[in-house]
Ligand binder design. Sequence first.
Ligand SMILES: Cc1ncc(COP(=O)(O)O)c(C=O)c1O
Length: 371
Amino acid sequence: MTEANQAPSDGAPQPKRGLLDIAPYVGGKSAIAGVAKPIKLSSNENALGAGEKAREAFAAAASSIHLYPDGRADRLRAVVAEAHGLEPERLIFGNGSDEVFALLNQTYLEAGDNIVTSQYAFVAYQISARACQAEVKLAAEPELRADVDAMLALVDERTKLVYLSNPANPTGSYATGEEIRRLHAGLPPHVILVIDEAYAEFVTEPDWESAFGLARTAPNIVVTRTFSKLHGLGGLRVGYGYAPLAVEQAIDRIRLPFNVSLPGIEAAIAAQGDEAHQRASRDLVAEWRPRLTQAIKGFGFEVFPASGNFILIRFPDAKRPASAAQDYLQAKGIIVRGVGSYGLPDCLRVTIGTEDQNRAFLDALSEFAAG
Ligand SMILES: Cc1ncc(COP(=O)(O)O)c(C=O)c1O
């Protein structure tokens, strides 16, 4: 128990037990003092921005923002279901996929329950689980990729949810279709397996599979996706989960009535239909991911295999540490993400940018490498 959480001596209101032990989420930095337009490669956003169609739909929504949105997002529901061949009634929309994780946790976790995820897992799952006074169990990732057997070994009768990002942030690794099936097969039926596919559209490896297919017939799999990455709508906060109907119906009882905004719904509908922008976004990543990887390795740094729209770089030389590289890049107006809070203090995570941004980043990093 922290000091802050001990019984109040002065009768002041106190958050519930354990809450003040949770470290607040820290997002990627977005500003550098004195730099008008920094190159922001710190939040895995879409370097191309939102597509023209989504921007137009967002602007057109201005005339309707005095109206409450459709609480069930029925038109967006139909468009997403059609795009992925899913049953519309099994979709849960959220204020970003972050909200879908929070809703799952609120719906299924009681104090003393636990979630299982892996060592470097995205922290959003963990924060909202701990807010439910649940324990977070982390399976070791010695190779910086989820280890299915280590995760299964942590599951017990109090485990309610198992979270796996596929691809994973910040490591950039992915689990194969075979690994996901093995993880699911090893879980007791009372445990929900949540597969977070926020970066799914950027994967090019042939042994990766979306878990939509497996989820179709399983009573305990939820697959989440987002409009924040491929579609470039991070600022609008639209994400969704594909769940068994019973899970969707349970969550729908506590979901805030209008949790996805009207402009968000309109822009997401347009974005889902904008195949040209989706293709351009995927192509940019597919072109620059190997180019950046090769160039950075050439500077003497380690780059982990990447399957999302970002790469993870390790700076093995203590004389030239990640923190110094981050400072050097920042002095050049480039913001990247330190991942010390994930337990990776010798690494930096860098979002794949536009061609100009990537070149500026490589120039600065090569200067840093040259000392
Ligand atoms: C692995 C992973 N899942 C989910 C999200 C959250 O996405 P959203 O913007 O839909 O809340 C992120 C955002 O960075 C992420 O990295």
